[in-house]
Design a protein around this ligand. Structure first.
Ligand SMILES: [Zn+2]
Length: 316
């Protein structure tokens, strides 16, 4: 009997190995036993930063699929199971992941490192008007803080540091590797920051009109103002009064470009641009890249360089 029992469990074991081997990619792929850290990230910048720090020592799975706007996304029960099976789970925090309590409530895994990447960032209150003094837009805002911390390169550095520390804790034998990758990226972030300072410092105009108020930290870092067609989350169409306010502001300040973003409909930006005779241009809040952008090798640095060029167009 014993022998048969062993045989049966051996059969079951090989069958389950086969099943694991056949499972698909993306978030279906739960745990790989290849000696690498299994990492889950909430949305694009966290995914990109995790890849930059972990490189080939980590498997990074991004929860929010390419091309999806993250503000209203919610995890499925399966996503929660996958997070619970991971070694490290990275989220940005400051209210960006409105669903984070679901993870703390449902995931019981003491070995999992849960990283709030924005920990240590000097957070902006969502009630602050981000130097947007002429137009009061606080009715669109929710949450205590502005969650878009990653759009200031110096904040991105803090986020990468937190990720580096979590990887080192979960996988101490590769500590030096994670440290080196962090240092390299920190140097790149500092020079990106300097470039923004130098270039934006030379412009006379200081106002940009954006699709939603994702650029509060960036604006604060470089002394510019954002006027958001939407508030902190792109979740509603602006009303007629708001549109009229922005139109007046744009005319008065000779605004030449209205920014839109690829993951949200550009209808309102188009209407506004037509109304005031301005052009539209992409300003990417990095909340998600499209499949094509990922295929083309886009990342935090390439998108931020493009963003700087777009901002300079509007301010010159
Ligand atoms: Zn946003």
């Amino acid at each position: 009997m014993k022998k048969i029992g062993v045989k049966i469990s051996a059969l079951l074991l090989s069958a389950s190995i086969l099943l694991v081997g056949c499972s698909g990619g993306g978030t279906d792929q739960v745990k790989k036993d290849d000696g690498k850290l299994n990492v889950y990230s909430s949305f694009y910048p966290m995914y990109d930063f995790a890849k930059k720090i972990g490189k080939d020592k980590v498997n990074v799975n991004n929860l929010i699929p390419a091309g999806t706007e993250p503000h209203d996304w919610e995890p499925t029960p399966k996503d929660l199971v996958n997070i619970g099976d991971s070694d490290v789970f990275i989220y940005s925090g400051a209210g960006m992941e409105g669903w984070i309590d679901k993870v703390s409530e449902n995931v019981k895994n003491d070995k999992m490192e849960m990283v709030e990447a924005s920990k240590g960032v000097n957070l902006l209150s969502s009630k602050e008007e981000h130097l947007d003094k002429e137009i009061n837009n606080d009715k669109h805002e929710h949450g205590a803080y502005d969650p878009h911390v990653w759009l200031d390169p110096e904040n991105a550095k803090i986020q990468m540091k937190n990720i580096k520390e979590a990887f080192s804790k979960a996988d101490p034998k590769n500590k030096d590797f994670y440290e080196k990758n962090y240092e390299e990226n920190a140097v790149k972030l500092d020079s990106l920051d300097q470039k923004f300072k130098d270039e934006i410092g030379k412009t006379k105009k200081k106002d940009i009109i954006v699709a939603h108020e994702a650029f509060g930290y960036l604006c604060k870092a470089y002394g510019i103002n954002q006027i958001g067609i939407e508030g902190l989350s792109p979740d509603s169409e602006p009303d007629a009064a708001r549109m009229a306010e922005i139109t007046n502001f744009a005319k008065k300040n000779n605004v030449k470009y209205i920014f839109f973003e690829e993951l949200v409909s550009s209808k309102v930006s188009d209407t506004l641009a037509k109304e005031i005779g301005a052009k539209t241009e992409v300003l990417n809040p990095l909340e998600g890249l499209t499949d094509q952008q990922i295929k083309d090798g886009g990342d935090y640095f390439s998108v931020m360089e493009k963003n700087l060029n777009s901002i300079l167009k509007a301010l010159n």
